[in-house]
Design a protein around this ligand. Sequence first.
Ligand SMILES: Nc1ncnc2c1ncn2[C@@H]1O[C@H](COP(=O)(O)OP(=O)(O)OP(=O)(O)O)[C@@H](O)[C@H]1O
Ligand SMILES: [Mg+2]
Length: 377
Amino acid sequence: MLAGSELWLLRLMADRGRALLDADTLLMVVEEAGELRVPASSGQGSVRRRILPLHGSALGALHAAGSPRHFDRPRGAEAAWLHELGLEARAALVEPLQMAGHGSGLVIALRSDGGFRDPDARALESFAQSVAQRLAAERSVEIERLRYGMQARERERTRWAREIHDETVQGLGALRLKLASARDLQDRQALEEAVEDVLEGLGAEIDGLRHLITELRPAALDDLGLPAALEALARRAQAIDGLDVKTEIDLQGYDDGGRLDAELESTVYRVVQEALTNVGKHAQASSATVEVRADGAFMWVQVTDDGSGLPPDVEQRASERVEQGSGGFGMSGMRERAELIGGELAVRPADQMTGKGTTVRLTVPLSGRPLTAAQGG
Ligand SMILES: Nc1ncnc2c1ncn2[C@@H]1O[C@H](COP(=O)(O)OP(=O)(O)OP(=O)(O)O)[C@@H](O)[C@H]1O
Ligand SMILES: [Mg+2]
């Protein structure tokens, strides 16, 4: 299967190839799972059938021949493959496409009035080579991206495991100890007091687990969309950490009343979540601001606090801690998420002069990102 980025590349290259050859139509044909598909085409001709069998079709025979062809005023059997695609042409150039470890295909250029000459055939040949090279490069980037995503997920699990261990397991262990020692004392009064304490403690643990579950799976994001989910995060930081959190969320420039794509939404949500958690944990701040803005080209997400500012060696310490598995996942996690959607993360003092306060800023280019329908995501 061609990945999304490979399809995108083929479409882009189809436009380029058509311009390069001054053709009226340019087609990319790719062999996939026993079929020939036309994943990309550029120009006037509208392709009627985009999938043809590899065996038993005229296009299949052209592909199987595996050599460059030049058709001038194709007629009868020579034009059968054109008819299969629902196209007509005065002249056609066909060039095999060899994609290392990736199957094969054809690049086809059509003209409706004039003919092609030898230099055109050579241009198509080198164009087909560059398509193959670009596809191979794109594929290795895609594999790298998958591997990177897998590592990021693994690290994230480690982090949640640590959170559950440090918070819930430790807490429950302490409660068990309390009950056990009260039992061993054989003092009714002490036992009753311990039971009361433990009941209270269990209540707190249940609240903690609920909180953790909400963080793991932000239902608000699915149900209400990004702005409302971010509001909920802000209100929670307010309630739990006593922070005064302001939100300025304006997505008019982008979301058109619809929904952003799920990957972008969850990245923005997670970055704001971690940034606010860090403010509560480390900043000793009294207030914070969450700003989200978008225009046609970019989306900016910024969390700023008025706290003590970052410690001087923060980057160095964080990477050491990540290597030891003892925390500092927050910053690297935010950065990884940003990179996975083609964005960038910057963390710097809110006040450059004094170094006080911290600003976490995520910038994501929006061109080429899908828009999801209102209920989507
Ligand atoms: N808003 C902030 N104000 C001051 N210091 C901060 C702020 N955000 C992060 N830091 C500093 O940066 C360090 C790294 O943050 P990071 O989120 O990576 O790790 P953590 O919060 O300590 O642990 P984890 O996120 O894995 O639970 C923190 O330990 C803290 O010293
Ligand atoms: Mg953190």
